[in-house]
Design a protein around this ligand. Structure first.
Ligand code: SAH
Length: 361
């Protein structure tokens, strides 16, 4: 942490204030000291917990969802099963196990894990040693093998660096990170106005865009439009583009100042699903959702799965029920409404499973 904060201050001293976007990129993915690069951030002992880490049901249901989608795609063999930002590899491990009930699909699967962190790639390797499917790693989507694909991304887009603009002195200016008089990293409006931004705004308003996420979704949508396939994004965020600062840093399950400990905390921002949908459509793909994660999981059978697992292992029935509630519930502290699911698909495919109830479309 000392190294990374000092490193960022040195950059500011040399080049002047840096954009929020660049700050986040360094804090998360600096090759040596970036947050994701040298740790396992997940779980009770880590900084945050994700849906696949809450319950095996999440990955299992996505595995079964993938099998159904593969049928609708005309059963391509091989099919690229690509996961973006696979964390510990838990989702993929659960998905592959569940997919065994469709042996034809299971046999056609060729897995690619897109991961920037060598440390996490090693953990994924260990998790998936006995998965029994061919697995390779890629540093970006563009390096993944071509062909019809099923692409899964849970809590991936929120980790891509957001760019912010702040309304200051009647102009929009890019929000930057500088070093204040006390020697601490601080936020400030950039000097240069950005007249290309058209939004109405009041003094102090903040506008976010996520160029990396746009580029990724545009590339991915072009891929599924040309080569066939479908992508499922699950993330926290909003369905309608709006003004506001959603930058959030988390350490040890607590909210912290995103500038205080670069490299030591996870930094994320809400996913603007409406903006992502625009990029996907512009690249020629169809978009379904976003719908609430809770509705999606119920549509694809989490209640049945919870009961079946509870009957098979009665001493764990309560644990499965609690996990189900946390994943689909819509109260504070539950994920069902906070998280959304959105699909980007080749236009020739039918409405994907989970989205045909019409909710939120
Ligand atoms: N999907 C997992 C992990 C989510 S955390 C889960 O649900 O548990 C975000 C993941 O994306 C981590 O694996 C992180 O290392 C990876 N990641 C972050 N930025 C990335 C980038 N630019 N390219 C590839 N992977 C990235």
């Amino acid at each position: 942490m000392i190294e990374l904060a000092a490193h960022i201050k040195a950059i500011v001293a040399e080049e002047g204030p840096i954009s929020v976007e660049r700050y986040i990129e360094i804090a998360l993915t600096h090759p040596e000291h970036g947050y994701y690069m040298n740790r396992d951030p997940f779980g009770a002992a880590g900084d945050f917990t994700t849906a696949p880490e809450i319950s095996q049901m999440f990955g299992e249901l996505i595995g079964l969802w993938s099998a159904e989608v593969w049928n609708a795609m005309g059963k391509p063999d091989p099919v690229r099963l690509i996961e973006l930002g696979p964390g510990r590899g838990t989702l993929m491990s659960d998905a592959l196990r569940a997919a065994r009930i469709v042996p034809e699909f299971r046999a056609a699967i060729d897995v690619t894990l897109v991961e920037v962190s060598q440390t996490l790639a090693e953990i994924q390797h260990e998790t998936l040693l006995t998965a029994g499917a061919p697995i390779s790693w890629a540093a970006s989507l563009s390096e993944a093998p071509e062909g019809p694909a099923i692409i899964i991304a849970n809590e991936f887009l929120d980790a891509l660096p957001v760019r912010q603009y702040v309304r200051s002195h009647n102009r929009w200016r890019e929000r930057v990170v500088w070093v204040d008089k006390s020697g601490q990293l601080g936020f400030a409006p950039g000097r240069q106005p950005e007249p290309f931004i058209q939004a109405p705004g009041e003094e102090g308003d903040i506008l976010e865009v996520n160029p990396s996420a746009h580029r990724l979704v545009y590339e991915l949508a072009g891929r599924v439009a040309r080569q066939g396939g479908i992508a499922l994004f699950v993330d926290y965020g909003h369905g309608v583009t709006s003004i506001g600062d959603t930058l959030q840093a988390v350490r040890g399950h607590r909210i912290v100042n995103p500038l205080a400990e670069p490299g030591e905390c996870d930094i994320t921002a809400h996913v603007d699903f409406a903006a992502m949908a625009r990029s996907a459509r512009a690249a020629g793909a169809a978009v379904y959702g976003p719908i609430d994660q809770g509705d999606f999981l119920q549509e694809i059978g989490i209640d049945t799965r919870t009961r079946a697992l509870g009957e098979r292992t009665p001493d764990r029935a309560q644990e499965f029920e609690e996990a189900r509630k946390r994943l689909v519930g819509k109260d504070i502290g539950e994920m069902g409404a906070l998280f959304k699911a959105m699909v980007v698909a080749n236009r020739s495919l039918p409405v994907p499973p989970g989205f045909d109830a019409g909710a939120g479309r």
